[in-house]
Ligand binder design. Structure first.
Ligand code: GMT
Length: 375
């Protein structure tokens, strides 16, 4: 089977899921064509079954805005024709499902149409997709897809609530390849914390929905009771809030490490004791699942699909969105009790194993086959 994957190339969750899925399919012998504005961050382009097609946007003095979606649909059309693709898989409704629909209309003219699967990831439904500028196009693109998947039950519920969807939405949860996680390398821990300190970690693209100010406030509360360090991984618009916090709390400068984008995320997760995710919205919380795969329990809000991943009292603790005090207290409780922490680390890993790639990949394969058969 030849599959075209349309996704964001950046360090966002949808791009990571699309890339990991495409690479796993390629490893199983599928021919996978990525169509995006840049090489996706984690893509192993050396795999002979993987192809990358960069969308080239031509500038012209007349354009106030570059017409990316037109260039994208043209590229989708060309790749389907050239490589005889069997199916397109759009990750994130806009612009991918929308541009794929336009490409399909062009392909129909050549009697060369292919089925389109759209995977809904989160803010394409709950945030960006709600804006009047995009809402109708999002609803239209979803309804014009030949199959629709959602990464959690919560996101499916939100989609049906916010949009008039006329087709079945299949929940196929995000996944993790547990085989990519090595055994914990204790030596590295000393690079981040002293023997008697615990390590808290947060990984995100530092957008407002991630509530980085709450991550910092939780750490400030915890640090008063438990000797600890905080690692922040990622870059994004709210990095300024971190800088501001450090200016206001100079005594914490030596206790907070800002690592930006890192390549060896898994190794750093493995030496952490607790992952903080106080998000305002989170359709799934892939970052939390990655932490769990590295034996790191999660203290989170109960937003969106997080409760489907982080189980209260087992893999970590959850509190209402914005309840910094509760999240801080849970964190102190967890980090002050070595027995509880050890048990939750094991529970977190067991939960990650339930979401293992080997369980989820066959569901995608089956869905592709059914979609092609029904087309
Ligand atoms: O950043 C992205 O590429 C997508 C991003 C978003 O904001 O929609 O992340 C979403 O997709 C991830 C992968 O499916 C989920 O794990 C995240 O929970 C979800 N983010 C939100 O819903 C805020």
């Amino acid at each position: 089977m030849k599959i075209g994957i349309l996704c964001y190339p950046t360090y966002g969750g949808s791009g990571i899921v699309a890339t990991e899925l495409g690479m796993s399919l390629a490893n199983k012998g599928y021919e996978v064509h990525f169509i995006s504005s840049a090489l996706p961050a984690r893509l192993d382009i050396t795999n002979p079954n993987i192809f990358f097609h960069k969308v080239n946007v031509q500038t012209y003095p007349l354009f106030q805005y570059q017409p990316y979606d037109i260039a994208l649909s043209s590229m989708i059309y060309r790749v389907v024709n050239l490589y005889k693709l069997d199916l397109l898989h759009a990750h994130y409704a806009i612009p991918y499902a929308y541009a794929a629909f336009t490409a399909k209309q062009m392909l129909k003219e050549d009697n060369n149409d292919v089925p389109l699967v759209t995977t809904l990831h989160g803010t394409d439904i709950t945030l960006v997709g709600q804006h009047p500028s995009y809402k109708h196009a999002v609803e239209f693109s979803i309804n014009k897809s030949d199959a629709i998947t959602s990464v959690s039950e919560s996101l499916k519920k939100d989609t049906l609530q916010f949009f008039n969807i006329k087709k079945e939405i299949q929940v196929i949860t995000n996944f993790i390849d547990n085989s990519e996680f090595d055994d914990c390398n204790e030596c590295q821990r000393t690079q981040f914390a002293n023997e008697d300190e615990k390590i808290l970690i947060h990984v995100s693209n530092l957008r407002p929905v991630k509530r980085i100010d709450e991550v910092l406030q939780i750490f400030k509360n915890v640090e008063k009771k438990v000797k600890s360090k905080l690692i922040i991984i990622g870059e994004g618009p709210d990095m300024e809030k971190v800088n501001q916090f450090l200016e206001e709390n100079p005594e914490l400068i030596s206790k907070i490490r800002l690592l930006g984008k890192v390549n060896d995320l898994y190794r750093i997760l493995q030496l952490s004791d607790v992952f903080l995710l106080p998000s305002e919205q989170e359709s799934f919380g892939l970052a939390a699942l990655e932490a769990m795969a590295a034996y790191t329990p999660v203290i989170s809000s109960n937003a969106g699909g997080i409760p489907e991943v982080n189980i209260q009292g087992e893999t970590g603790f959850l509190a209402e969105i914005g309840n910094v005090e509760a999240m801080s207290n849970y964190c102190i409780k967890l980090l002050s009790n070595d027995e509880l922490l050890a048990q939750m680390k094991i529970n977190a890993k067991e939960q990650a194993v339930k979401f293992d790639l080997k369980n989820i990949l066959p569901i995608y394969e089956e869905m592709y086959k059914t979609t092609i058969a029904n087309f």
